[in-house]
Write a protein that binds this ligand. Structure first.
Ligand SMILES: *Cc1c(COP(=O)(O)O)cnc(C)c1O
Length: 360
């Protein structure tokens, strides 16, 4: 069977070993005579899956005990609403760093809930870089500061995080969670839709410090209340059982590989192949991001004109590469090289880029 050379931005490639394991267990999960999606979410089998997935998450990301892990639905996009609903305190404001389209959306949703302001922005440079921490303008009454650690569309990434902030740091890590080690203590809340680096779509991971849980007001709709979700171990209602099971398989795969340190090394090697192809092309390919802000997950680049870009994308498709067109809002090209994208596939793409350049 031939597998695609999948560079999709999300939903994205899953590890082959994970798909194979899921296939094997599809008809009969651990002698239950049922597939995972047929199990009751109140069954011992599923409760174990839920708990083991949380434990794996905790050990892989070294999440301290004073943080809760939640598995929610609604994607990262619902977190744009839930974060301000739960954390934005009466009479205060929320601060947002704008580094791309997702950050803009997060701000827009927060403004529907309360007073949300811009602490810094790189919009004036077409989101080619991450703003310097020294330029943040955070009001004294700020309830939290929101950042987007990896900007999936523009291909930029934070390589260090603001420290000693006067307010809790909230991060949308949808497209780079589990790609590198983290010092959790710098963050108050992290959220990530699973479909980039963690598994299939359908589950959203939220990691929240217990102190912040106390801010959730009892009057909030139960499904949108972090405290309610935490108290029920994310089993308040029927969870996305199959997505959580896949998340568990992906985390087991990551653990067997050697964890986030190993993944980070592999991600650096993969990204370097493509950035080298760009940097050694004498301007044939132009990287969108400024070098210090380059993403290890989404490599964005342009060619001299529309015709050349179309020819590149067309030939790439004919050669079996999937998902290389840039996001519709920015154009150009984008290769997403998440954890599950094999090194060999990235090597093939770098080769293809070099050959295409030589021919044109
Ligand atoms: C994909 C993405 C989102 C949107 O995720 P959904 O799960 O589709 O809501 C938000 N933020 C970032 C950084 C993303 O990459």
């Amino acid at each position: 069977m031939k597998r695609a050379l999948n560079f999709n931005a999300g939903p994205a490639a899953l590890p082959e070993a994970v798909l194979a394991k899921a296939e094997k267990e599809m008809m009969n999960y651990r002698s239950s005579g049922m597939g995972v999606m047929e199990l009751s979410h109140r069954s011992k089998e599923f409760e174990d899956i839920n708990e083991q997935t949380m434990n794996l998450m905790r050990s892989l990301l070294s999440i301290p005990d004073d943080y809760e892990i939640l598995f929610l639905q609604g994607g990262a996009s619902l977190q744009f609403t839930m974060v301000p609903m739960n954390l934005l305190e009466e009479g205060s404001s929320a601060s947002y760093v704008l580094t791309g389209t997702w950050a803009e959306k997060a701000l827009k949703e927060a403004q529907k809930i309360g007073n949300a302001v811009i602490a810094a922005s790189s919009k004036d440079v077409n989101y080619r870089s991450i703003p310097s921490t020294s330029k943040f303008d955070i009001p004294d009454d700020s309830s939290y500061l929101h950042i987007t650690t990896n900007n999936t569309i523009y291909g930029t990434q934070w390589h260090s995080f603001p420290e000693s902030l006067p307010t809790p740091l909230v991060a949308d890590m949808s497209s780079d969670i589990l790609s590198r080690p983290l010092n959790l203590s710098s963050f108050g809340l992290i959220y990530a839709g699973a479909q980039k680096n963690l598994g299939p779509s359908g589950v959203t991971v939220v990691i929240i410090h217990k102190d912040l849980l106390k801010r959730s007001k009892t009057g909030l709709p139960s499904m949108l209340n972090y405290q309610v979700q935490a108290a029920s171990k994310s089993l308040y209602n029927t969870p996305p059982t199959l997505s959580i099971y896949f998340l568990k398989l992906v985390l087991e795969w990551a653990e067997a590989l050697g964890g986030v340190k190993q993944l980070e090394m592999m991600n650096k090697e993969k990204a370097a192949l493509l950035y080298d192809a760009i940097d050694r092309s004498d301007g044939f390919y132009k990287g969108h991001a400024e070098k210090p802000s380059r993403s290890l997950m989404n490599i964005t680049f342009t060619l001299a004109n529309e015709d050349l870009t179309s020819a590149f994308l067309q030939e790439a498709e004919e050669s079996g590469f999937i998902g290389l067109a840039g996001h519709r809002s920015v154009g150009g090209c984008r290769a997403s090289t998440y954890n599950a994208v094999p090194f060999e596939n990235v090597e093939k793409l770098a080769d293809f880029m070099n050959r295409f350049r030589n021919r044109n």
